[in-house]
Design a protein around this ligand. Structure first.
Ligand code: PLP
Length: 233
């Protein structure tokens, strides 16, 4: 069975982070490998504690993963973690990487520090896809339109960028995929309420599609349908 490597933080409430990733990978019939970058305590009060793991432990987890079909990063905490991820991923050059550029929890707490944001850009050239939401795309680029945001992120090395529309307005949540083949739009009705872990769920479902041999557009479309079904479920 093909394996997917999820690199990210644990959320003690299991609403987001690696616990969510594992549920999505299992639902796609794939095997999971994980690399825990940070341990967080989260509950009704938001993020109440967060602790990054040492770089040698991060490198060791990735080295122990063995061959994997695709890789996803979520919470990376700080620049030291990112440097060790970049170095360790050199041993897995062929597996496509999807970066979910997690900056904050929905409660507002930072999940990547300021130096980490600068270091994250060094990982972009390794990425098959970056999946920022609108606030993340704006924070990473200083630009306000998806076209300009994607152009900056692709200049910084990302091969493709999916700007998610969950934080925008309108009856539909429209995600825009910018890739070498042009811009593609993915629509789904905006669902009522809020859910934790939506970003993790979408990015991991895309990674699962890539691991199963789907092309980027097909993987995004399937992941969006998966997210909608999970939200409604
Ligand atoms: N906690 C961890 C460990 C995460 O990886 C993420 C997102 O990737 C979050 C929290 C944020 O999730 P939410 O927006 O549901 O708070």
């Amino acid at each position: 069975m093909k394996a997917v490597l999820a690199i990210g933080g644990s959320d003690s409430s299991c609403g987001a982070g690696l616990a969510r990733d594992l549920a999505v990978i299992a639902a796609h019939g794939l095997t999971a490998r994980i690399c825990v970058t940070a341990v967080t305590a989260q509950g009704a009060g938001g993020v109440t504690a967060s602790h990054p793991l040492p770089p040698d432990l991060i490198a060791a987890q990735i080295a122990a993963a063995g061959p994997v079909a695709a890789i996803k990063t979520g919470m990376l905490a700080n620049a030291t973690v990112i440097e060790s991820v970049i170095a360790a991923l050199r041993a897995l050059p062929d597996a496509p990487l999807v970066i979910d550029p997690v900056l904050r929890a929905s409660s507002g707490a930072a999940l990547l520090d300021t130096a980490g944001v600068a270091a994250l850009r060094k990982l972009f050239p390794r990425a098959a896809l970056l999946t920022p939401n609108r606030p993340e795309a704006e924070a990473l680029t200083g630009e306000t339109t998806p076209d300009a945001q994607a152009a900056v992120l692709m200049r910084q090395g990302a091969k493709a960028v999916l700007i998610k529309g969950g934080h925008a307005d309108g009856a539909d949540a429209t995600d825009l995929l910018f890739a070498a083949t042009g811009c593609h739009s993915f629509n789904a009705p905006r669902l009522p309420g809020t859910r934790r872990g939506t970003g993790c769920t979408l990015a991991t479902a895309i990674v699962c599609g890539l691991a199963q041999g789907q092309g980027l557009e097909q993987a995004v479309a399937a992941a969006k349908a998966y997210l909608t079904a999970w939200w409604r479920g």
